[in-house]
Design a protein around this ligand. Structure first.
Ligand code: FEO
Length: 162
């Protein structure tokens, strides 16, 4: 059984993962609106991954005899001024999520909750990858700059994500 404090903290993380899904879906929709189908596809797959993250914690709460409480999901913004700005936001958002996961790990340590600590290790590793992928794309966009042809090439490359 998890403590009420941990239950509340994990429920909040379910909400933040669902917000991440919402944010990336908004980014996908934005890219659709500017006809960058590859970026749109990348974001849509990312949104799906975030739903999976939320459900992983959701299932864990239930497995440990806790209660899932779904909270309001705030609406993300809908427009960005450039592909670079979108990915800058992805990177900083993922850094925030990493800090949240680390906060949960700290709480698990404080509560001597070994099972939750173990479950969270998957997320600790996942965040390393999430930050790496976002920062790589930020750098790629910086390299291609405002050259439209190069940006469309990058769009095509990101569209290969499965
Ligand atoms: Fe679920 Fe992108 O962190």
């Amino acid at each position: 059984m998890i403590s009420k404090t941990m239950e509340q903290a994990l429920n909040k993380q379910v909400n933040r993962e669902l917000y991440s899904a919402y944010l990336y879906l908004a980014m996908s929709s934005h890219f659709e609106s500017v006809n960058m189908k590859g970026f749109a596809k990348w974001m849509r797959i990312q949104a799906k991954e975030e739903q999976m993250h939320a459900l992983k914690i959701y299932d864990y709460i239930i497995t440990r005899g806790g209660t899932v409480s779904l909270l309001d999901i705030e609406a993300p913004k809908a427009k960005w001024s450039s592909a670079g700005k979108v990915f800058d936001e992805v990177y900083s958002h993922e850094q925030k999520v990493t800090a949240m996961i680390h906060g949960l790990v700290d709480l698990a340590i404080k509560e001597k909750d070994h099972a939750t600590f173990e479950m969270l290790q998957w997320f600790v590793k996942e965040q390393v990858e999430e930050e790496q992928h976002a920062s790589e794309i930020v750098n790629q966009i910086k390299i291609v700059g405002d050259i439209v042809g190069h940006l469309f090439y990058l769009d095509h490359q990101l569209g290969k994500r499965e």
